[in-house]
Design a protein around this ligand. Structure first.
Ligand SMILES: *Cc1c(COP(=O)(O)O)cnc(C)c1O
Length: 231
């Protein structure tokens, strides 16, 4: 094992301990939870090392970087998650490699992704990204518009509505923020029972997200180390 593989293995073990503890504290089962390893800024070799350690879900937030890593790792059995703000002109590229787009936040993007998925001959999973701080959030639709956007994804022939995604506000306690997510999850599931994914929680706020019902945590720095700033 290389030094980097050993480092990733040890970070993964520490993360696993956190996940087990958070699940126990929340009275949840660890196998309800999927770890999406967020590899942005890190090389494709790290994706390979993580895959060798059993990681199957990889998250990226920029199309160009994601497309090249997905191509470099094409022989691995991975699921690619697009988690960043997405411009409509990148939809065509994203639909070629992504399995799940977490950041669907507006009507025009739904239309662009549907067209792109049809062209790629693939059915594309989508999460509606809701803002937990609508006034000045970190992306996402205002909760008041969530169901309408979900309806649009649901009726798009080449998209599959898979659930919700949220990012906690940067400068606030994540606990009340993630509590605001719970009624939104209930509302979505009562209309679309199959839309079961809740993508919430990052390195710094996994525990409250798991407490609030996250099914997918998006973990970057806790697994890969710190990134250069401004990304
Ligand atoms: C970068 C990123 C993450 C991972 O963040 P860490 O704090 O490094 O775990 C999760 N979600 C989104 C949307 C991101 O852009």
């Amino acid at each position: 094992m290389t030094d980097r593989s050993a480092e990733l293995a040890s970070k993964l073990a520490a993360l696993e301990a956190r996940l087990q503890a958070a699940c126990a504290a929340a009275g949840r089962n660890r196998d309800e939870l999927t770890v999406v390893a967020v590899t942005k800024t890190f090389p494709a070799d790290d994706v390979r090392r993580l895959a060798a350690l059993g990681i199957r879900d990889i998250g990226e937030n920029r199309d160009q970087e994601a497309a090249s890593k997905a191509a470099a790792c094409a022989e691995l059995d991975l699921r690619w998650h697009f988690i960043g703000q997405l411009q409509t002109n990148k939809a065509r590229s994203v639909a070629e490699y992504a399995h799940l787009v977490h950041s669907v936040d507006r009507d025009r993007l739904v239309a662009a992704l549907d067209t792109a998925a049809e062209r790629a001959g693939r059915e594309l999973g989508c999460l509606v990204q809701v803002s937990l701080q609508p006034a000045r959030g970190r992306g996402g639709i205002d909760p008041a518009g969530m169901l309408e956007l979900a309806d649009l994804v649901h009726t798009a022939p080449n998209l599959q509505l898979a659930g919700l995604m949220a990012v906690a506000p940067l400068d606030q306690d994540p606990v009340p923020a993630f509590e605001r997510l719970e009624p939104l999850v209930q509302a979505l599931r009562s209309r679309y029972p199959q839309a079961r994914i809740v993508s919430a929680g990052m390195s710094a706020d996994l525990e409250p997200a798991i407490g609030a019902g996250a099914t997918h945590v998006r973990v970057g720095s806790a697994l890969l180390g710190s990134r250069p700033p401004l990304r």
